[in-house]
Write a protein that binds this ligand. Sequence first.
Ligand code: RFL
Ligand code: PHB
Length: 390
Amino acid sequence: MRTQVGIIGAGPAGLLLSHLLHLRGIESVVLEARGREQIESTIRAGVLEPGTVKLLMDAGVGTRLAAEGIVHHGFELAFDGKRRRIDLTELVGESITVYAQHEVLKDLVAARLAANGALYFNVSATAITDVDTDSPLIRFTHDGVEQTLQCDFVIGCDGSQGVSRAAIPAALRQDYERVFPFGWFGILVEAPPSSDELIYARHDRGFALVSTRSPNVQRMYFQCDPKDSVDHWSDDRIWSEMHARVDSSEGHHIVEGRIFQKNIVGMRSFVSTKMQHGRLFLAGDAAHIVPPTGAKGLNLAASDVRVLASSLEAFYREGREDLLERYSETALKRIWRAEHFSYWMTRMMHRLEDASAFEQRLQVAELEHVTTSRSASAAFAENYAGVVQV
Ligand code: RFL
Ligand code: PHB
């Protein structure tokens, strides 16, 4: 098999890249290890920046997003028994849209299949070779049979556990990492929304987040030990923890409902540079991870592939290689901005492992500052909406 661009992974990065290339007349093949049903039902991210929404709309895959996405003009911060609002529209003229990642994936899979795009599920890439030639190869297995895909370029969109990153020699790579000693316990709840907007809560007992999925389904998280098990958490125990962390002394209460899914995720910050070697390029979680606090992961995957799509277009249309050569440098500016923001917000909102009473008061002092100083609120809003200049 041969194609122009071989893409490993049908997450947001791989599917969106394949679609953007199709719109530019560039052929691609997407190889995905998991099945279509699994991809379309895995619960992950929920918040889309305005730039991601525009990219999806402009690419013609935003019809359901426009109809079903919930636009939020701000979000709330709960701390010290009170609630304070960051007004994104008033501060930076922007809004975010709550629309689940698996819904974005359903829209992209439908668009690729409608265009007869080559998208193969249950196919695992096992190795990438010849990346320093003009004709790199992806080796993969399908139904136990080993096959190869020959390409002009290989794009590794295979997430944090994929094979692509390792195809860049360790001697040419620099990895930066911070693993957090806490995780998020996530629940899906059948209930009406507790609030019109997301609530990020800082409490001495730990962080909590109230998000939404639809008028009848809510998504909530609370900080936990990443090695804990969901079996240790009865519904009653979960609700008493959520109330303790989120309810305010000003009379706000979260609304309980039937919990129909529970999961625990670890948290880390990670960046691998360079994000390219020869004819191999990495995009999305394959190259960088952020803790979910700033809601940046999916948005970074989208911004990486936007850069890659226009760089590949310049190559095929005009024979230009300069944009591809600068891909890593261009993408990393935005990535490091988001890494810093996610890390900063995580450290301000979570119960830190070694936090003394003094440091806990500093977190509250910082929250007071970012919710009262207009310039500090605007900087927060700019970063959260992803419209900060880099
Ligand atoms: P993905 O989504 O992990 O997709 C990679 C795909 O590659 C496949 N794969 C392979 N295929 C073929 N051969 C191989 N050898 C392969 N190895 C792997 C995998 O099966 C998979 O389908 O990476 P991508 O495309 O880079 O997208 C990244 C995002 O998924 C991720 O950053 C976000 O989900 C992060 N995230 C959030 N991001 C946001 O922007 N806003 C949010 O609100 C937000 N909330 C979250 C999140 C992530 C979370 N978790 C689970 C860590 C909330 C949570 C709880
Ligand atoms: C979500 O709705 O899943 C969500 C929202 C905001 C975040 C992380 C996750 O920061």
